[in-house]
Design a protein around this ligand. Structure first.
Ligand code: GEK
Ligand code: PPY
Length: 254
């Protein structure tokens, strides 16, 4: 087998041909194979958000704690977090995804870089795993795929598993209640995809496949829910069109 090169991965053409029957979007082997290209060309600000996750990790990690990447896909956030920790940090990074195909490839990415800090790759539903002794929890575009009825309970378990002073970094595609704003911002995202070489057919077929799979909330829904589960400080630290990332800080113990 050729040596794995994380900087040279194939182009996303998954929705380029007319499909007779379009199934629901799944994180299967074909998506995993093109995922770095797909996310870069589909999510404005993705690289900037990863850089911010690195900077926030450097600021909020705590010695002897666990750092989580929930819905890790190929482990991009887990690897970015690890680069920010000192080699001698007695921390463990836990990266979770329920797609076996993603985790097989995540293993290749993780193995391509050397470090004394372990990244545990766990194949599980993020709603089922224990979250304990955490200083930094990242959900980079994952909550949007969780059943809306389960979102608050998951956020509550994250909050409960954080140490005082720990943080959740939550990135999400969002929508807007104001129809004129929704229209304008969706247009900006469409133009972003077109500028990145996606055809009208690719855009519309992917949109259909994502229907009822990727379910967005508004920024207000996110903020209210994050406050309800207990976060003392919550604010968006980044937004590009309809993609936002929130910093949620658990208060210090009284
Ligand atoms: N219930 C679930 N349990 C575990 N994993 C899940 C679940 N539902 C979906 N996933 C996983 O969440 C990931 C979402 S992608 C994250 C990008 C990454 N964070 C990145 O920083 O590159 C975002 C996107 O494709 O828009 C996929 O790998 C799913 O298998
Ligand atoms: O492509 C889109 O329209 C998105 O909303 C982002 C996305 C990126 C990768 C997989 C699924 C959705």
């Amino acid at each position: 087998m050729d040596t794995f090169d994380p900087h040279n991965t194939p182009r996303d053409t998954l929705f380029a041909q007319p499909a007779e029957a379009l199934g629901a979007f799944q994180f299967d082997q074909s998506v995993a194979a093109v995922f770095p290209d797909m996310i870069r060309r589909s999510v404005p600000g993705y690289q900037t958000i990863l850089a911010g996750i690195g900077e926030l990790t450097a600021r909020y990690w705590q010695p002897g704690s666990r750092l989580y990447d929930l819905g890790c896909s190929l482990g991009a956030a887990a690897l970015t977090m690890r680069r920010q920790l000192p080699e001698e940090a007695e921390c463990t990074i836990v990266a979770v995804d329920n797609s076996e195909a993603m985790l097989v490839r995540a293993r290749e990415y993780v193995d391509a870089y050397r470090s004394d800090i372990p990244i545990e790759l766990v194949c599980a539903d993020v709603c089922d795993i224990p979250i304990e002794n955490a200083s930094v929890v990242v959900m980079n575009f994952t909550l949007q795929f969780i059943d809306p009825a389960q979102r608050e309970a998951l956020l509550q378990r994250i909050y409960d598993g954080l140490r005082p002073g720990g943080v959740l970094i939550l990135s999400e595609k969002i929508h807007f209640d104001d129809a004129a704003i929704q229209d304008a911002i969706e247009h900006l995202h469409l133009q972003f995809k077109r500028a990145n070489g996606y055809s009208e057919l690719e855009i519309s077929q992917k949109r259909s496949a994502l229907e009822n799979v990727l379910i967005t909330d508004t920024l207000d829904t996110h903020l209210a829910r994050l406050h309800r589960v207990g976060f003392a400080h919550v604010a968006p630290w980044f937004q590009a069109y309809n993609f936002a990332s929130l910093l949620c800080i658990k208060g210090e113990a009284p």
